[in-house]
Design a protein. Structure first.
Length: 421
């Protein structure tokens, strides 16, 4: 028994290292709002949550939409040429375009954004700085994955989170933590982490430079990205759309309470994408090897599912005393929100493990269509349930939509699995 466990740990050493660094890194970044909630009223935290909703919406649509096309095309280019110069050049074009479009949209819809998030002009300016930091983090992180440097990718995420938390506590000791400070930290931490990785010589510049534009690859990436935009818009509204409905039906205080519980759930959902990030390069390169695909689906996936379910059970039990210790009774409703949302996390883990396969066989249209269907269902359920049960209804709506999408993906994969296994 012990020998078998040791052998299994040795075989999974790379995966465990990747997930550990990545999960801790993501956890440190997602801890920023949780720390801020300690120093803000529920209404203030609601305002902060709506502000970051704007950042993550724009980054998802304008930049994250090119992430999967970049990684897949870079993998194909690397196999052909031993570098990703053309794909990387295109990714930088998407990066620059996303910054420009965000600044333009923030200028055009200035008053509407200030009213929606209840922030000042100065805070909106710092929010733009936070957006640039989020985009830098995405681009550098994706470049490591595109080069199949999964260890470096996870270390970069860990460094970004570690620097962010260090800055928070440094500011807390010497100054006052406010919106502007946290927005700046979202920018400074990925910049410092990038410089650190460069000094450690983990970035192989010979693989990405000199920049080389290829119109053919750009057209393919752009076409794929258009479909990704539709799907990520849907994913975004599944993850953040609750706030749009809540903003109409409930007070800013209740939005703050809801978002504290949802922040941890969102962190877990983002953590499930670690699985996609880790396995996508492998699946993209081995999609024609049915033996490896069977091992992925029937050996690796059950083990990952078991670990995921155990983690969810632990969080479900541990969250009430932890929340009570940190926040007292102020955010007691957040515990109920989080526990309701935890129900759908195992379904999301199972669902996410299909994504590398769907993307590798270019079924991205199906992914986006199901994402749109999920968001429509989620919004409809939100409108009905929030009007009756308040913010509790939003949590129930999200849980139902995730579970149904997982069931649909299971049915669809069984129809096309002959292509893979």
């Amino acid at each position: 028994m012990i020998t078998t466990l040791k052998n299994e740990l040795n075989r999974s050493k790379t995966f465990i290292s990747f997930v550990s660094f990545k999960f801790v890194g993501e956890g440190l970044v997602f801890a920023l709002p949780l720390i801020l909630a300690k120093f803000l009223s529920p209404a203030g935290f609601g305002s902060f949550s709506l502000s970051m909703m704007i950042v993550f919406f724009c980054s998802a649509i304008l930049l994250a939409s090119s992430q999967t096309p970049f990684i897949v095309h870079a993998g194909e280019e690397f196999k052909r040429e031993g570098s990703i110069k053309k794909s990387f050049t295109n990714q930088l074009i998407f990066f620059a375009t996303s910054i420009f479009l965000f600044l333009m949209l923030a200028t055009l819809f200035n008053k509407s954004l200030l009213e929606f998030a209840r922030i000042t002009d100065r805070q909106l300016l710092f929010l733009g700085v936070a957006y640039m930091g989020v985009c830098i983090r995405m681009t550098v992180s994706n470049t490591f994955l595109a080069l199949n440097k999964r260890a470096e990718h996870s270390i970069y995420e860990f460094l970004t989170g570690l620097i962010a938390i260090f800055l928070v506590f440094t500011v807390y000791v010497r100054y006052v933590i406010d919106f502007e400070t946290v927005f700046m930290i979202y920018f400074i931490s990925p910049v410092f982490a990038t410089l650190s990785m460069s000094m450690l010589k983990t970035i192989d510049f010979n693989r990405i430079l000199p920049l080389t534009f290829d119109s053919g690859i750009f057209k393919q990436m752009f076409h794929w990205t258009k479909w990704q935009i539709m799907g990520l818009t849907a994913v975004y509204f599944v993850n953040w759309g609750d706030n749009l409905v809540l903003r109409y039906f409930v007070s800013m205080e209740e939005i703050g309470v809801y978002n504290l519980g949802y922040q941890i759930f969102k962190g877990l959902i983002v953590a499930t994408f670690i699985l996609n990030s880790y396995f996508l390069p492998f699946v993209a390169q081995n999609i024609d090897d049915k033996g490896k695909m069977r091992e992925y689906l029937y050996v690796k996936r059950p083990k990952i599912m078991l670990i995921g379910v155990l983690c969810v059970i632990f969080i479900f039990i541990a969250v009430p005393p932890i929340f009570n210790f940190i926040y007292g009774d102020v955010y007691s409703g957040s515990v109920t929100i989080l526990r309701l949302l935890l129900v759908c996390v195992p379904f999301r883990i199972f669902d996410t493990l299909y994504l590398p396969i769907f993307n590798s066989i270019k079924k991205y249209k199906y992914i986006q269509v199901t994402s749109v269907a999920q968001v429509l269902l989620n919004v409809l359920l939100n409108v009905v349930l929030v009007s009756i049960y308040g913010f509790i209804g939003a949590a129930v709506a999200t849980t139902i939509s995730y579970i149904l999408r997982s069931l649909i993906n299971i049915i669809y994969f069984n129809k096309i699995k002959h292509i893979v296994i």
